[in-house]
Design a protein around this ligand. Sequence first.
Ligand SMILES: Cc1cc2nc3c(=O)[nH]c(=O)nc-3n(C[C@H](O)[C@H](O)[C@H](O)COP(=O)(O)OP(=O)(O)OC[C@H]3O[C@@H](n4cnc5c(N)ncnc54)[C@H](O)[C@@H]3O)c2cc1C
Length: 434
Amino acid sequence: MRQFAVVGSGPAGFYTAEALAKAYGDAAKIDILDRYPVPYGLIRFGVAPDHQSLKAVSKRYDKVAETEGVGFIGNVCVGTDVSVEDLLGFYDAVILAIGAPHDRKLGISGEDLPGVIGSAEFVGWYNGHPDFADLDPPLDGTHAAVIGNGNVALDVARILSKTRNEFEGSDIVGHALEALDASKIRTITILGRRGPHQIAMTPKELGELGHLEATLPLVDLNDFPPREDDEALEPGQRKSVTILREFNDIRANRPKSMVFDFFAKPLSIEGANHAERLIVEKTELDDKGAARGTGETYEVPASLVVSCIGYTTPPIAGVPYDERGGKFLNESGRIADRLYAVGWARRGPTGTIGTNRPDGYEVAQAIAAAMPAGSSGDRAGGEGLKRLLSDRGVKPTDFADWRRIEAAEEAAARSGSPREKMVRVEEWQRTLGH
Ligand SMILES: Cc1cc2nc3c(=O)[nH]c(=O)nc-3n(C[C@H](O)[C@H](O)[C@H](O)COP(=O)(O)OP(=O)(O)OC[C@H]3O[C@@H](n4cnc5c(N)ncnc54)[C@H](O)[C@@H]3O)c2cc1C
C-alpha cells in the first residue's frame, strides 16, 4: 500500500488527489491535509460570493473526498504543527498544494497606512476567512481606489459597488453585507499601469459591470488605441476591450461610479493618520510594451486602497523556494525526491480554477511513474501522523467534522439571510466540541 499526503484542499489539492486515486485505485491511501477544518481553499475564501455557479465545482471535490482510500485531515498547519520532513517520514510522497495566500507588496511609501489593504485580506473579510473577520475596512469615506487590472480587482470593485439587493442569492457573510450596505463610497477608481489592450480582465466579469444597479462604469476613450488596432488582439481580449469601449455608450443615471484609470502608476499613498490620497504618475508604453513614467503626476482621493497585484506562497522550512517567483522551486512540479508542488504553489497565482487540473494530473503521473502502482511502501501514513499530532497536542479533524460544520452552516442559512458561514475559529471549535 502506498501512502500519499496532499497538503492543501483547494482545487489543486483535490485534482491531485483525484488523479492519484485514479492511478492507484485501492493500492494507495491519500490523505488531504488542510490548516482549516473546512476544505476548498479559495473556492470558499476567494471566489466572489456573488459568483455562486463557480463554487459548484466543489461538488466534484466532494466526490473525491468520498472515494475509498481518500481521507481528510484538517486543522493541521504544515510548517507549524508538522514539518515537511515529518510528513516525508510517514508518506511515500508529499504534494504541496498550499496556494499563494499572501499579498504581494506595492513597495511604495504609505503602504502601511491604515486604510491600505491587500486583496487577500479584503476578499477574505467578505468571504468569511477567520483571519480577517475583524478587518473592519474603512467604508466611511466617499472614495476608494483599487490597484490592479485583473479579475481580482474587478471582484473587489464590484463588491464595493453593489447594493444589498444585488447580493441576494450570494453567500456573502453577514458582517460584510451590513458594512457594505452602510458604505459611503461613491467613487471607485481602478488603476492600471498599462492600457486597455493590456488588461487581464475577462469578458464575463467586465460585462457584469454594465448592469450594476447603482454604479456606472466610466472609461476615457482617449486611453484607447484606434479601434482598428483591436483586430490584432486574441478574440477573448478583443471582446474585453470592446466591452470596455461600450461602457462609454451607457446612458444611465446611477449614484456611484467606477472609474477605469489607465496608464496610472501609484507612486505613494498619503494621509495624516490614514490613507487619504494616492499620488499617481501618468505612464506610456515603451517599445517593449512596458509602462514607462512620463513625469506627469496627479492625485486620486481614496480613504480605502485595496491592492490587487498578485500573491505569493509562504516559504516552508526545508523546502527550496523561488524568491523572485514567490513559489516553491520546482521542475514540472517536482521539488525534490518524493516532494512535489501543484497549483499556485507550483506555478504562481495565475489561471483559473480549471488550470489547476492538468497540474495535478501531471504530478500524479510523475509519481505513478516513479512508484508504479504494483510496488509497495512500508510507511505509517495517516495513522503515524495522527500519533505524532496527538503527542504535540494538535487535534486533527476529519471528514465527519467537516460535514458537521457544513450542516451547522446550512442550518444557520435556513434560519436567515444571507447564507451564513462560520467566520471564527472558535465557532468551528465549539461546533466540534474542541
Ligand atoms: C479573489 C480571487 C478570486 C478568484 N476568482 C476566481 C474565479 O472567479 N474563477 C476562477 O476560475 N478562478 C478564480 N480564482 C483563482 C482560483 O481560486 C485559483 O486558481 C485556485 O484556488 C488555486 O488553487 P490552489 O489549490 O493552488 O490554492 P488554494 O485554493 O489557495 O488552496 C490552498 C489550500 O491550502 C491550504 N493551506 C495553506 N497553507 C497551508 C499549510 N501551511 N498547511 C496546510 N494547509 C495549508 C489552504 O487553507 C487552502 O485550503 C480566484 C482567486 C482569487 C484570489
